[in-house]
Design a protein. Structure first.
Length: 319
């Protein structure tokens, strides 16, 4: 049987940096090709430079490394995407078509494509938003993710490409700062708390959003990709639920470790985006089709974040 060789695009991003490590632990470092369009000098021995919109470059790396699976994470996220809408659409869709076309040409076994809670808009129920809610996203990122979901379903139905996808909530992790998203506050706030700095939150304190701890997000991804093909009955993208958190609830949890932590609220354009997203997600299909269940509750997240961030900043544990 052909050895599994995995290509990851967007490997330098918040999820990519952690997913690559998890894949390397499982498949061997030499069997995971981690790529990104911009490779910082300090990352040159970890990441390979690859523009996922360049079909020749993607074909070359797939052929040269005999790739059998692709995790296509490269995308411009919700907040950043609003700065240059047409460029966001172009990058998010052109890279997706490139990956799907190359995957078909080289008969790639499986492709992972990340969708997002950003596909939902003001017409969907706010609480326990179901898989099949009406989708009217308010960002180019959300529109690009709906389009991606429909193309994933098309490539599966028409060409038999085994594309699998998750609608990620906001991901909270200690491994890297988030970038360009509406949910980034939920990462930055922990760094501020550990450094004993005040935090200015750009969302309203009562705006609840679906969130997930990085460990759960990576496990969900791997469990989805490991599931037998016949179990995958949703070929657009799966809702996954983990947490539903307001900034106020996050602060309350943080103050169990840092009682003097100071926060102020100064809403910006991201509040309007967040208002259009669900507060919580219903993930019945993911539970039924491939037994999804989250493990981390909010205080578990805070505990892990503070243990790891204290190490990262070389602070004597104040826990
Ligand atoms: C964002 O905030 O844009 C992302 C997402 C929820 O997909 N973190």
């Amino acid at each position: 049987m052909k050895k599994k060789k995995i290509l990851v695009t967007g490997a330098g991003g918040q999820l990519g940096t952690v997913l690559v490590k998890a894949l390397q632990d499982r498949k061997g470092k030499e069997n995971v090709i981690a790529t990104d369009v911009y490779v910082k000098p300090e990352m040159q021995n970890i990441l390979v430079s690859l523009d996922a919109t360049n079909i020749k470059a993607v074909e070359e790396i797939v052929e040269k490394n005999d790739i059998t699976e692709i995790y296509h994470l490269a995308a411009i996220l919700s907040a950043k995407g609003e700065e240059r809408p047409l460029q966001t659409w172009d990058i998010n869709l052109k890279s997706l078509f490139t990956i799907f076309e190359v995957a078909c040409k080289y008969k790639i076994n499986k492709v992972f494509f990340p969708s997002s809670i950003a596909v939902f808009g003001n017409s969907a129920p706010k609480q326990n938003t179901p898989q099949n809610a009406y989708l009217d996203p308010t960002t180019v990122y959300g529109i690009s993710k709906i389009a991606g979901e429909q193309w994933a379903n098309y490539y599966f139905s028409k060409y038999g490409l085994d594309v699998r996808s998750l609608r990620y909530p906001g991901i909270i992790g200690h491994q890297s700062l988030a970038g360009g998203g509406t949910t980034d506050y939920a990462v930055d706030i922990y760094h501020k708390a550990v450094k004993k700095e005040a935090f200015e939150c750009y969302l309203n304190e009562n705006t609840a959003l679906p969130m997930i701890f990085m460990t759960d997000a990576v496990r969900a991804t791997l469990e989805l990709m490991d599931a037998p093909k016949h179990c995958i009955k949703t070929r657009t993208s799966y809702n996954i639920n983990a947490l539903s958190v307001t900034p106020k609830q996050l602060v309350t949890s943080i103050k169990k470790w840092y009682p003097d932590f100071k926060v102020c609220y100064k809403e910006d354009f991201r509040e309007k985006i967040a208002q259009s997203w669900p507060s919580s997600i219903l993930d019945t299909q993911a539970q039924e089709d491939w037994n999804w269940e989250p493990h981390y509750k909010l205080d578990d997240v805070s505990n892990e974040m503070f243990i790891e961030l204290n190490k990262k900043y070389n602070l004597h544990s104040q826990l």
